[in-house]
Design a binder for this molecule. Structure first.
Ligand code: NAG
Ligand code: NAG
Ligand code: NAG
Ligand code: NAG
Length: 477
C-alpha cells in the first residue's frame, strides 16, 4: 500500500470511519457509473441509484406485458358467456393469451382457442367433484406444449399466468407485481381464498385458481414435464389448483403470497372488499358474474367495463385507498380510487377504515359457524343512519398525460337528522397523478395521502399525493 494512503488511513478513527471512507468512494464510483450509463433523463438518475441497480447482471429488468403469457381455462358451454370479461383485459396488440376449452364452440373474438388434451386416463376419485379439474390442471402442460405442437416461441416469455375464463386480470399490475421477483428462479405466486373455511379445506398455502397465479418460466417448464406423474398420485383432490399446488410442493416449491390476486369466494355486494383493498397492487378479480354488479344500476358486465375506464387511465392506482379529513373536522373521506368514495360523519381513525365492511355474504350458504370467517378483519356495515357512510360511485374518468380527474356521484340519501353538512354533497372530484411505481416502491409500498382542497357547493374536490416524510393520516384535532 502506498505511504500516503496508509497515513490517511491512520488518521481515521476506527472501523466506523473506515466504512464511511469506503462508502464515500463507492458512491463516487456509482455516480461515475451513472454518468456513463445511457439513462433517459437526468431526473431519474437519483431514483436509479437506490432502486434499480447499475450492475446489469445483478437483477432482472422490469417485466413487460409482452413477456407474460396468460393461459385461460374455460369450458365450452360457459365460455361464450364469459368472453366479454376476458376481452376487457385481453388486447391482441399488447397481451399474450391463449384459451383452452374442453371442446370447440363457435368462434368468438378474443385470444386463440385450443382444445385441451385428452385426460381420460387419469383417475379422479373426489366424491361429488368434477373430473374437469384434471383437464384444467393439465392446461399448464398443454400451454408449455404449444411450443412443440403449435410453433409458439416462448423464448421471450418470463412468466406464465394461469386463470379461469371468469378471472379478470389487471394485466399491467400483474406485470408490476412480477417485476418484484427474479424470474430466473422458481416462483409460484398467487393468493389463498378470502374464506377461512375454503383455505382450511384445501390449503392456506395454495394459490386459488380463479384468482389466477403466476409461475416463473423455468419452473413452468419443469412443472409441465413432471405434472402427469403428479396427476396419478392426487386423484383424491378436489380441484385443478390443488393438483398444481401438490405437484409444486413435491418439487419443493411453496407459494409466494400476493394479496392483489382475488379469488372472491364471497357472495352478494363486494363493496366492502373493493373499498378497502390492501396496499398491494390489484392483480385480479374472480367470480364477477356470481357477485352483485359492482356498480349499482348496471349489468354485471357493464359494471366491470365501467371499472376498466379507470383501469385504463391509471391501472396502478385502481382500488388504492386514501383517507383524508376536512378542515372543519366534520367528516372523514375514504377514496377507493376508480371505484367509490365514502364520506363518514366525524372522525374515523385510519385503522378502522382499513377493515372490510361486511357488505358481502359467505361463499358457502348456511353451513358451519366458521363459514363466515374471513382471512382479513371485517366489521358490520353500520345500520345507524348517522354512522353509515354516504357512498359516491365512479361516474367519469378524464385522464391526461400527468394524471386524471375521476368524478364520483352520490348514491343514496343521507338520512341522519343530527348532521346536515353532508346533505347537499352530490359529487366528489378527485385529482391524482399517474402512478408509476418502481420496483423499490412496489416492495415497500406506502399509502398515499389526500387533501380536501375545496368544497364548491355540492362538489367536494380532493387531491391525492404522496404523503410527507413525517405525515400522519389523521384528523387535525
Ligand atoms: C356453446 O355455447 C353455448 C352457449 O353459448 C352452449 O349452449 C353450447 O352447449 C356450447 N356448445 C358446446 C359444444 O359446448
Ligand atoms: C390494435 O392496433 C390496431 C392498429 O394499430 C388498432 O387499429 C386497434 O384498434 C388496436 N386494437 C386494440 C384493441 O387496441
Ligand atoms: C403536466 O405537468 C407539466 C410539468 O409539471 C406542466 O407543465 C403541464 O402543464 C402539466 N399538464 C397538465 C395537462 O396538467
Ligand atoms: C354555489 O351556489 C351559489 C348559491 O346557490 C351560487 O350563487 C354559486 O354560483 C354556486 N357556485 C358554483 C361555483 O357553482
Amino acid at each position: 500500500m502506498h505511504m500516503t494512503t496508509i497515513r490517511v488511513l491512520c488518521h481515521l478513527t476506527g472501523v466506523k470511519d473506515l466504512l464511511l471512507f469506503l462508502s464515500t468512494i463507492f458512491i463516487f464510483y456509482l455516480l461515475y457509473l451513472l454518468r456513463h450509463l445511457p439513462i433517459p433523463t437526468a431526473t431519474t438518475a437519483v431514483t436509479t441509484i437506490t432502486t434499480a441497480t447499475p450492475f446489469p447482471c445483478a437483477a432482472t429488468a422490469p417485466v413487460s406485458l409482452s413477456q407474460i403469457l396468460f393461459s385461460v381455462a374455460g369450458s365450452s358451454p360457459s365460455f361464450p358467456r364469459r368472453t366479454p370479461y376476458l376481452n376487457l383485459w385481453y388486447n391482441p396488440n399488447s397481451t399474450n393469451a391463449v384459451v383452452f376449452l374442453d371442446r370447440p364452440n363457435r368462434s368468438l373474438p378474443g385470444p386463440p382457442v385450443f382444445i385441451s388434451s385428452d385426460t381420460s386416463r387419469f383417475p379422479y376419485t373426489f366424491p361429488s367433484g368434477r373430473r374437469s379439474a384434471i383437464r384444467v390442471a393439465r392446461v399448464v402442460k398443454d400451454t408449455l406444449d404449444l411450443e412443440l405442437k403449435s410453433n409458439f416461441d416462448f423464448s421471450d416469455i418470463r412468466w406464465f399466468v394461469f386463470g379461469d375464463d371468469d378471472t379478470v386480470f389487471f394485466v399491467d399490475n400483474v406485470a408490476r407485481i412480477l417485476s418484484k421477483y427474479d424470474d430466473r428462479k422458481w416462483y409460484y405466486i398467487g393468493c389463498h381464498s378470502e374464506s377461512y373455511e375454503q383455505n382450511e379445506k384445501h390449503s392456506f398455502d395454495m394459490a386459488f385458481g380463479g384468482g389466477g397465479f403466476a409461475i416463473s418460466a423455468p419452473l413452468a417448464r419443469v412443472l409441465a414435464r413432471v405434472l402427469d406423474s403428479c396427476l396419478f398420485r392426487y386423484p383424491h383432490l378436489y380441484g385443478s389448483d390443488a393438483r398444481i399446488f401438490a405437484c409444486l410442493a413435491e418439487l419443493g416449491v411453496s407459494l409466494t403470497h400476493e394479496l392483489g390476486f382475488h379469488q372472491v369466494d364471497v357472495r352478494g355486494d363486494i363493496f366492502g372488499m373493493l373499498s378497502a383493498h390492501p396496499l398491494a397492487s390489484a392483480a385480479s378479480l374472480h367470480h364477477l358474474d356470481t357477485v352483485d354488479p359492482i356498480f349499482p344500476g348496471m349489468s354485471k358486465i357493464q359494471a366491470v367495463e365501467h371499472l376498466f375506464e379507470a383501469v385504463r387511465a391509471d391501472s396502478a392506482r385502481i382500488l388504492q385507498q386514501s383517507v383524508c379529513y376536512d378542515h372543519s373536522n366534520v367528516f372523514t373521506v375514504s377514496v377507493a380510487w376508480g371505484y367509490a368514495v365514502q364520506v363518514f360523519q366525524g372522525n374515523r381513525l385510519l385503522p378502522d377504515l382499513l377493515q372490510l365492511q361486511r357488505t358481502f355474504r359467505p361463499w358457502r350458504r348456511g353451513g358451519k359457524v366458521f363459514s363466515s370467517h374471513y382471512m382479513f378483519n371485517t366489521k358490520d356495515f353500520p345500520s345507524d343512519p348517522c354512522e353509515m357512510p354516504v357512498i359516491f360511485y365512479l361516474n367519469s374518468v378524464l385522464s391526461h398525460t400527468n394524471g386524471s380527474w375521476t368524478t364520483y356521484t352520490r348514491h343514496g340519501a343521507w338520512n341522519c337528522e343530527r348532521n346536515t353538512a353532508m346533505k347537499e354533497l352530490v359529487n366528489v372530484k378527485v385529482f391524482s397523478g399517474r402512478l408509476d411505481f418502481d420496483v423499490g416502491q412496489l416492495k415497500a409500498p406506502r399509502r398515499h395521502c389526500c387533501d380536501i382542497s375545496s368544497r364548491v357547493n355540492e362538489t367536494l374536490v380532493i387531491g391525492i399525493r404522496e404523503c410527507g416524510e413525517d405525515e400522519l393520516i389523521r384528523m387535525q384535532t
